[in-house]
Design a protein around this ligand. Structure first.
Ligand code: FAD
Length: 392
């Protein structure tokens, strides 16, 4: 019988993987399960929040997946023994191998006071869509002189530089439109991605506007009160006019239902094949994965998807999978026309995806404006390229 690979989740990871599988082996039966009719991309959604971009520019459809089976339903359960996916309507889809790419869930149980109702008042905007627009609209409605508080979670979480890109673009919005306002970042960490580049840029572009409170100085938020828009830390509380609470996260729910997530909330995998360490014939890619130095980014998700597709295509034909090398680059906009980046190369080592020493790096700390401008243009080019590769 023809082997069937089922992919759950049509984001940067899952959609890339389904497409790559079909390209690698036309005779393979490939099914992509994704309930949403449009995918809303998170990269560049911080520019939407700052009023620099329309949300429509973030939306991608699934009409270019003609050569594979697309099921527009949610996967509700996985039977790893019988090898089938149960859909929300009760029907079963059999697989030879399964790829799970559900992204992240926000942990509404991790921060006292922060649940789904609280997120309607203190948006996370960590999944692009209505939350993005809610935060944008709250900023637009805030009077000049207001205080914006952004809380960033401990590692690991989706998009390590994301909160700081967001802080930068909110600062740009405030400086341009509401110059008497202030932005406080409450952080559950003592260090963050591209920190020196961000801090130097804040000094240069937004002096006195952004205050970063690290873990050691009481940055970790322990409780929130949506009724008064207050964020409580170990060192005291902060009352916000606009509060952007980015809570801790974990692998999407279906990963837990499938038994591929461990006590960390994330999914450990073999770094060569992305096969789960906990269940045979189930592979996990993208943000849901833990195990190594690769950050949770769309770039990583796409790279992991292609490596996983190659391994799965080999395994279903009983061939030996090859050792992958993966690349990630994360661009961040600090202001319009001002971009910075971090890049890394990763390969399997000691059962994890380890960073190849000396292969990566960040933008130079000292650089003329022309370099920042070029990187902002590269960021746009990257987004155009990856979204057309993934969604057609
Ligand atoms: P997702 O993109 O979340 O896709 C998961 C998909 O699975 C969704 O379509 C969902 O509907 C579907 N799904 C979930 N459960 C089920 C189920 N049970 N059945 C069927 N389908 C299901 N990354 C970058 O590389 N560069 C950036 O500049 C960047 N900027 C970012 C800015 C922000 C503000 C944020 C929040 C993130 C940013 N990222 C960036 C990170 C990037 O968005 C994620 O790393 C990426 O989306 C991960 O892809 P994924 O496919 O694993 O998950």
């Amino acid at each position: 019988v023809r082997p069937r690979v089922v992919v759950v989740g049509g984001g940067f990871a899952g959609a890339s993987c389904a497409r790559a599988l079909k390209q690698l082996d036309r005779d393979l039966a490939v099914t992509l399960i994704e309930p949403e009719t449009a995918y809303l991309a998170c990269p560049f959604s911080n520019a939407v929040i700052a009023g620099l971009r329309d949300i429509e520019a973030q939306s991608f459809g699934y009409d270019q997946f003609g050569d594979l089976e697309l099921i527009r339903k949610r996967a509700a359960a996985i039977d790893a023994e019988r090898r089938h996916v149960r859909l929300e309507d009760g029907t079963d889809v059999d697989y030879t191998r399964l790829v799970l790419a559900p992204g992240v869930d926000l942990r509404f149980d991790a921060l006292p006071g922060y649940d789904e109702a609280a997120a309607e008042i203190m948006p996370h905007a960590w999944k692009a869509g209505p939350q993005t627009l809610l935060l944008r609209d709250q900023l637009a409605a805030m009077p000049d002189g207001g205080v914006v508080v952004l809380s960033a979670p401990a590692n690991p979480f989706r998009c390590p530089p994301g909160p700081y890109e967001r802080a930068s673009l909110i600062a740009h919005y405030l400086k341009t439109n509401k110059p008497r306002s202030k932005l406080i970042i409450l952080d559950a960490k003592d260090a963050f991605s591209k920190q020196r580049l961000f801090e130097a840029a804040w000094q240069e572009l937004y002096p006195g506007l952004i205050e970063w409170v690290s873990l050691s100085f009481g940055g970790r938020v322990t409780e929130v009160d949506p009724a008064t828009r207050t964020l409580v830390t170990e060192f005291g509380s902060h009352k916000a006019d606009v509060a952007n609470v980015i809570p801790p996260q974990r692998a999407g729910r279906i990963a837990h239902a499938a038994g591929v997530a461990d006590q960390t909330g994330w999914c450990p995998v073999d770094p060569v094949t992305f096969e789960s360490r906990l269940q045979p014939a189930i592979h996990v890619i993208g943000d849901a994965v833990i195990g190594g130095a690769m950050p949770k980014s769309a770039f990583s998700a796409n790279a992991q998807a292609k490596a996983c597709a190659a391994a799965v295509a080999a395994l279903v034909r009983e061939r030996q999978p090859a050792q992958p090398k993966l690349i990630n680059t994360c661009y961040s906009l600090v202001a319009p026309g001002y971009g910075i980046s971090i890049a890394g190369v990763y390969q399997p080592r000691d059962g994890l995806l380890a960073e190849v020493e000396g292969a990566g790096g960040t933008s130079p700390l000292e650089a003329p404006p022309s370099v920042r401008e070029l990187e902002a243009a590269y960021a746009e080019d990257w987004f155009r390229t990856i979204t057309s590769e993934v969604f057609g």
